[in-house]
Design a protein around this ligand. Structure first.
Ligand code: SAH
Ligand code: SF4
Ligand code: F3S
Length: 440
């Protein structure tokens, strides 16, 4: 039986990694992956609820898949991930797209073989598996990792912060740190099988251990993972400013394999807005964390997330964001237009910002950020940097792409057999989003 599956993933690295697990589980059930949706026996959408456009992308796709399902009733259509975790969204989906056969969430992907058995063997018409929280989600599932030189490693699940704009605490459940021994053993196994880089995943990795009653925290984990043989680079996303302290910065500095890069979402430069977002730090505290990080690690690269048009954001508040951006000189940033999310407290506010103003502020923010990114990248010109080669460039076939230790995207000409190796590249060109050079 040579069954084929097609999977499309929306959202963050958490979802990307869940998709690697879902694919691994399907491979173990005899399914082969295809990139052709029309030919697949099983079509899966791993969804994201973070902003309205992520949600709409699923609906657009389901609209297209309807035709395939009508033409062939044997095809299985599955929706998983963050969207169905929300009851109202799930109900809407069931009503508008009744042909969806299988729905599972972020805490039940490990049940996939049994869920498929119910559909394929027991001929059940609709199978739904959602739990809000899970303490026994199986991490030891087969994984079909996208790369053979770098790997994701979950260190925590869920989020307890309830930032007033955000759905993640509702889609991923409560914060849970994974057992440290399990994490260390997984990384040792990755090192033994040739992986050079790991990225530790969690909504707030530096809150690791806060939910466990002992003193072992994120800096301790970094120090232990730094000892693992074979692993050359350790990355982690995201960090929450509220849990930044000197101990954390020192661990990054002292561990030679831990990359000197922090993704530290600020969201806004206005203390008033930060308070209303429930971020638990002020503008001044954030700037202090950045000063501390730069004082300890001179070449640290700092990136961030910023939202424009949060409810009640005034022109002054927005100017505070612009001035913070100027002060920090971020290496890169993900920027978002505020989107009303179901069930969140900010979504219920009556002082929502006009769409036009949100967009206009967004454009002004980009105008401020881009020259800063470029100026940071220009400093690389003339330097020789170690690059872990990831892949062939999507745009230029003769080019390879990789990243510096600081996370900069590098383009250069080279042979495909360099993929997975660390090479030295002399930088000659700098653009807003990447730097370019020649292998030395
Ligand atoms: N846990 C991470 C962020 C995960 S979500 C952290 O707190 O750092 C990724 C980013 O999406 C957030 O940092 C935020 O900038 C953005 N985001 C979340 N909810 C949003 C919303 N309702 N509208 C616009 N952007 C949003
Ligand atoms: Fe969302 Fe805030 Fe949790 Fe990040 S910390 S996932 S922004 S609630
Ligand atoms: Fe990630 Fe989107 Fe879920 S950002 S955690 S996939 S809501």
């Amino acid at each position: 039986m040579n069954r084929q599956f097609y999977i499309e993933t929306f959202g963050c690295q958490m979802n990307e990694y869940d998709s690697e697990k879902i694919s691994g589980l399907l491979n173990s059930q005899g399914y082969m992956e295809t990139t052709l949706r029309d030919e697949a026996d099983l079509i899966i959408f791993n969804t994201c609820l973070i902003r309205e456009n992520a949600e709409n992308r699923l609906y657009g796709n389901l609209g297209e898949v309807k035709r395939l399902k009508l033409a062939n009733k044997e095809k299985i259509v599955a929706v998983c991930g963050c969207m169905p975790q929300n009851q109202k969204v799930r109900e809407k989906m069931l009503k508008m797209y009744p042909f969806v056969d299988l729905i599972f969430g972020t805490n039940t992907y490990d049940q996939l073989p049994e869920l498929l058995y119910d559909i394929e063997q027991k001929k059940k018409k609709k199978v739904i598996s959602i739990v809000e929280n899970s303490d026994n989600l199986k991490e030891e599932v087969p994984k079909s990792r996208k790369f053979s030189h770098k790997a994701f490693v979950n260190i925590m699940y869920g989020c307890n912060n309830f930032c007033s704009y955000c759905v993640v605490p509702y889609t991923r459940g409560r914060e849970r740190s994974r057992d440290r021994q399990e994490i260390i053993e997984e990384v040792i196994a990755l090192g033994l099988t040739g992986y050079k880089e790991i990225t530790l995943l969690g909504q707030n990795v530096n809150s690791y251990g806060n939910d466990i009653d002992d003193r072992y925290q994120f800096p301790d984990l970094l120090r232990d993972l730094n000892k693992v043989e074979g692993i050359e680079r350790i990355r982690f996303i995201s960090s929450h400013p509220k849990d930044v302290n000197l101990e954390f910065i020192k661990a990054i500095k002292e561990c030679n394999k831990v990359c000197s890069q922090i993704h530290l979402p600020v969201q806004s430069g206005s203390t008033k807005v930060l308070q209303e977002m429930n971020r638990k730090y002020s503008r001044e505290q954030y700037l202090e964390f950045v000063r501390m990080a730069k004082a300890e690690i001179s070449d640290i690269s700092i990136s961030t997330d910023i939202i424009t048009g949060f409810p009640g954001e005034t022109e002054d508040d927005f100017n505070d964001t612009l001035s913070l951006v100027e002060e920090v000189q971020f290496d890169s940033a993900f920027t978002f237009i505020y989107s009303i999310r179901p069930g969140t407290t900010a979504g219920k506010r009556t002082d929502q910002i006009d769409d036009k103003i949100k967009h206009e502020r967004f454009d002004r923010l980009l105008k401020k950020l881009y020259p800063i990114f470029e100026a940071n990248n220009l400093q690389y010109i003339g330097r020789t940097v170690a690059v872990l080669v990831d892949d062939v460039s999507k745009n230029k076939e003769t080019y390879l792409t990789g990243r510096t230790e600081s996370g900069k995207l590098v383009h250069f000409v080279g042979d495909n057999d360099l993929i997975g190796q660390i090479v030295n590249v002399r930088i000659e060109k700098a653009r807003t989003w990447y730097i370019e050079g020649t292998i030395v």
